[in-house]
Design a protein around this ligand. Structure first.
Ligand SMILES: [Fe+2]
Length: 465
């Protein structure tokens, strides 16, 4: 997609240094010194040295990377480093730019032909962020809330998770186990849609703007597609299981298979550790779910953490969550006497604990703060100005600033401090945060490293072996 970045050009020397560090890290894993790398790749040592230092040009650095993928059993995708397309950690997309990306999609109509159904527009995105937020106008107009309305055309669902924010009179349709549902949504309402749940949207009023902000994003499955396609659907399905009992049994089965431990052998080990033979048999056979003490005991026998055996299965009703504007929790931020924002939670899903959507009111009477900004967190953040007032966005340690007019959108990288100020009256933003690859599992692993070595993760600087 086109460069949406309205800020400064990305820093090229920083990118080349990251590429050099990535190559050194991989060479380390392969137990190759820079000299050995040069010999294997049949390149001059001075070329390798300059690439590792970040001093070579991009073409040379990428040529080294491609040669490594040919010469060694390493994946190009593990070596690849994407160029940062943000300006200081943020991308801003003006409404006019979104408009110029407009395309209309048709779907079958009731007369046997096809007619416009949606108008799509891109909004702020970054290649470093796993979401594709879009502005979608509903062009099919319906006169009822009947989920079987023949004018409503469902999709087949998609691999991306979706948080939707509604603007205007939009009907939301979805299908679970062959049963179709419809909810009449208003401005400020929101939903969460699980991957592969078929859904659709339509307008209730041809004269009013009926729009959704659809924030689709990839979860861990999407980001592990290579592995999934290699094991095949049947193996993935059998390994995953479903439901609480089945979910726990599947998790335990994966651990036992990894240890090449038969259920009977594991049951004996549990009996030796103090469980009755009957209970040990029921737990290993998948007929029972352990209580907290039993779970700790099983984890101890397997030398894993308690949480490695904990399963919170999906519940009926988790697949689609609808939250009305009026029922949402509202709080001031920061708390205290001088709040600058009112945050209203959008639909939440316990299965996506780091999906955090908000409707944000940027208070015009707020006291100016100065400093780096009010928000700083480990999630990717998307913002869209759906109101009628401009909002000033500030971000980064070097105090960058951009005006978000109505219809403008922005993306902010994890851990980049940022804030918003009303330019006139109260501002109205949709804000959706998603985790990407920066998961709890990742931070737990990182936390286990000795502090002295941690800094080397972000950019390997030395030959360690
Ligand atoms: Fe969708």
């Amino acid at each position: 997609m086109a460069d949406t970045n309205s800020s400064k050009k990305p820093n090229s020397s920083g990118y080349l240094k990251r590429l050099g560090a990535r190559i050194l890290c991989e060479a380390n894993d392969l137990k190759r010194t820079p000299e050995a790398l040069a010999k294997d790749l049949d390149l001059d040592f001075s070329i390798i040295q300059s690439v590792l230092d970040g001093g070579a040009d991009e073409e040379t650095a990428r040529a080294v990377l491609f040669r490594m993928a040919e010469c060694y059993p390493v994946s190009l995708s593990d070596l690849w480093v994407d160029r940062d397309d943000t300006g200081g950690g943020a991308v801003v997309m003006k409404a006019s730019r979104s408009e110029s990306s407009s395309r209309v999609f048709e779907r079958p109509d009731t007369g046997g032909g096809s007619a416009p159904y949606y108008e799509y527009r891109d909004t702020a995105m970054s290649r470093l962020a796993p979401f594709k937020p879009e502005w979608i106008r509903e062009l099919r107009v319906v006169g009822d809330a009947d989920p079987a309305n023949p004018g409503v055309v469902f999709n087949k669902g998609h691999l991306a998770h979706q948080q939707t924010f509604f603007i205007g009179p939009v009907n939301f349709y979805w299908e679970i186990d062959g049963q179709r549902f419809c909810a009449e949504m208003e401005t400020g309402d929101s939903n969460y849609i699980t991957p592969f749940v078929p859904h659709s949207f339509a307008s209730r009023d041809a004269d009013e703007m009926a729009v959704i902000i659809a924030v689709t994003y990839s979860g861990q499955v999407h980001q592990s597609l290579q592995d999934f396609s290699r094991i095949g659907a049947a193996a993935a399905d059998a390994a995953a299981g479903s439901g609480l009992q089945d979910g726990f049994a599947s998790r335990l089965r994966r651990h036992l298979a990894a240890e090449s431990l038969l259920p009977g052998q594991f049951a004996e080990m549990l009996t030796d550790a103090g469980l009755s033979a009957a209970r040990a048999g029921a737990l290993t056979g998948g007929e029972a779910v352990p209580g907290p003490d039993e779970l700790s005991l099983m984890a101890g026998v397997l030398n894993v953490r308690d949480e490695d055996l904990m399963v919170s299965p999906p519940e009926p009703g988790d697949q689609v969550i609808v939250r009305r504007h009026g029922e949402a929790t509202v709080r001031q931020f920061p708390a205290g006497n001088e709040p600058r924002y009112r945050l209203r939670e959008l639909a939440r899903s316990r299965n996506q604990p780091y999906l955090k959507g908000f409707e944000v009111t940027v208070l015009s009477e707020a006291v100016k703060t100065g400093g780096e900004g009010d928000f700083r967190h480990g999630l990717h953040e998307y913002v869209y100005n759906y109101g009628t007032e401009a909002v000033i966005m500030t971000w980064g340690a070097d105090g960058r600033e951009a005006v978000l007019e109505p219809g403008d959108s922005a993306y902010i990288q994890p851990f980049v401090a940022h804030g918003f100020e009303a330019a006139g009256g109260d501002g109205n933003l949709v804000m959706v945060r998603i985790p990407g690859n920066l998961t709890d599992a990742l931070f737990d692993e990182y936390a286990s490293f000795p502090a002295s070595g941690r800094l080397r993760v972000a950019g390997e600087t030395e030959v360690w072996f």
